[in-house]
Design a protein around this ligand. Structure first.
Ligand SMILES: Cc1cc2nc3c(=O)[nH]c(=O)nc-3n(C[C@H](O)[C@H](O)[C@H](O)COP(=O)(O)OP(=O)(O)OC[C@H]3O[C@@H](n4cnc5c(N)ncnc54)[C@H](O)[C@@H]3O)c2cc1C
Length: 401
């Protein structure tokens, strides 16, 4: 075991950090206040290669390892959650999902433009009446000649109004519950697809979240990902990748809380001393150090396991649970350290607090994360081998750093 990063990992981390600090940080307060998604930022991320970091070069990506991908997520969320959400959804859930499950023809047609950032991906699992309870989803797929007709509504979909390529889950046979769920690629141009944005969100206001409907959307059989009825398994394995990005990003948010709190605690004086000199403030900052470093170790272990091609559902979920809960606490403490000033948008910590809440809900709520770990420990949950695993890094299978 060793803890050093490779030169490539450091380079990817620096690329993400420089981009976020130079090009987004100066504008983020304004974008957040206006709840405005800046398409130029998304374009720039594509141009810099940030959207395809862990996708092999032969499919148009950067060919970097999963640890590099996690480091980039951490750096992006250190500036704002919406940047990391783009990577979570476009790269983590959709592109890595296709890398794992799509056939070669689908990869050439859909994964390559996603990895290059020419097309943007969205992940359509959640519905108005089905979030945690995925098996309850009502979107329907009906076989029709050489294709399928899809009808349904998806909501709380990140990038709904920005995406070109939707990975959609619909049920072919609701009587079979999760065994009927099937995954499809649906393109924006498909007649019957319409999207809209959700307004009034607590956090991730600079990001785009919305809904989309499928009304008699015809997709060719070639757009079915995996076999009929494999959609539930595919969705869950996509979440192994999405949760990894959430864990890494939440670590970046804790780091941002720590940096802002240290800065403020050294400047603000009470009782003739910087507030950082008061031990109860030191306790909050000490916790942030613990939370940042332990969350980082947990996600890096999951990234290392991904590099090795080891099944990491448990470890990734643990990292996601730990980091997201810790980030919410760190953000609440960061506001506390800033006193009344933390309660306004004069400082970034109120934005951190609002942004931190979402990650305790999406990609597996806190309650589901708790149940999973309890079940693993009790021996009630085991991971069975999948018919297709995420390829290790490097993709020749030699295992990586
Ligand atoms: C900002 C944001 C972005 C999102 N992006 C996407 C996206 O891109 N794609 C997508 O498909 N979805 C997305 N989601 C949706 C998200 O994944 C769901 O909100 C989440 O899965 C929870 O579902 P729900 O909101 O329907 O809550 P519900 O499932 O209705 O749960 C309500 C509450 O009950 C608890 N609960 C439910 N079942 C149990 C149980 N068995 N035991 C204990 N407690 C339980 C939950 O933990 C929660 O606290 C996004 C959500 C947000 C907020």
């Amino acid at each position: 075991m060793h803890f050093e990063l490779t030169e490539e990992q450091k380079m990817v981390r620096k690329l993400a950090r420089d981009f976020a600090e130079r090009e987004v940080l100066p504008r983020i307060a304004e974008l957040d206040a206006a709840a405005r998604f800046d398409k130029g930022i998304l374009r720039r991320m594509a141009d810099l290669g940030l959207l395809g970091i862990p996708i092999p070069e032969k499919y148009g990506g950067g060919g970097s390892d999963y640890v590099s991908f996690g480091l980039a997520c951490e750096e992006l969320e250190r500036v704002d959650t919406f940047l990391r959400v783009i990577l979570s959804v476009h790269t983590g859930l959709v592109s890595l999902g296709l890398l794992q499950w799509a056939d070669e023809e689908q990869k050439a047609r859909y994964l390559v433009p996603l990895a290059r950032g020419e097309r943007i991906g969205a992940f359509g699992l959640t519905e108005p009446n089905a979030g945690t309870d995925v098996a309850a989803l009502e979107a329907k797929a009906v076989r029709d000649g050489d294709g399928y007709v899809l009808d349904g509504e998806k909501t709380w979909i990140s990038l709904a109004d920005e995406a070109d390529t939707f990975l959609v889950f619909a049920n072919l046979d609701r009587s079979r519950a999760h065994r009927g769920i099937t995954a499809f690629i649906v393109e924006r141009e498909t007649p019957g697809l319409a999207s809209s944005s959700i307004h009034g969100k607590l956090g991730v206001r600079a990001g785009n979240t919305g809904s989309f409907t499928l009304t008699g959307c015809r997709v060719p059989a070639a757009n079915r990902v995996g076999e009929e009825g494999e959609g539930f398994k595919i969705a869950m394995s996509c979440l192994d990748n999405g949760r990894y990005t959430v864990a890494a990003g939440a670590t970046g948010l804790i780091q941002a809380c720590l940096e802002a709190s240290v800065r403020y605690a050294n400047q603000r004086h009470t009782f003739g001393a910087p507030v950082g000199r008061h031990q109860l403030v030191q306790r909050m900052i000490g916790h942030m150090v613990l939370q940042a470093e332990s969350s980082r170790l947990l996600y890096l272990r999951a990234g290392w396991m991904k590099n090795r091609g080891l099944r990491n559902t448990r470890e990734t979920a643990l990292a996601k649970w730990a980091a997201t809960e810790a980030s919410f606490r760190a953000a609440a403490d960061a506001v506390q350290i800033h006193g009344a000033y933390g309660y306004s948008n004069e400082y970034p910590v109120e934005r951190y607090l609002r942004n931190a809440k979402g990650a305790v809900i999406y990609e597996g709520t806190r309650e589901i994360m708790e149940i999973m770990q309890g079940e693993y420990a009790l021996g009630y949950r085991q991971d069975r081998p999948l018919s297709r695993e995420l390829p290790p890094w490097p993709s020749d299978g030699a295992g990586g750093a």
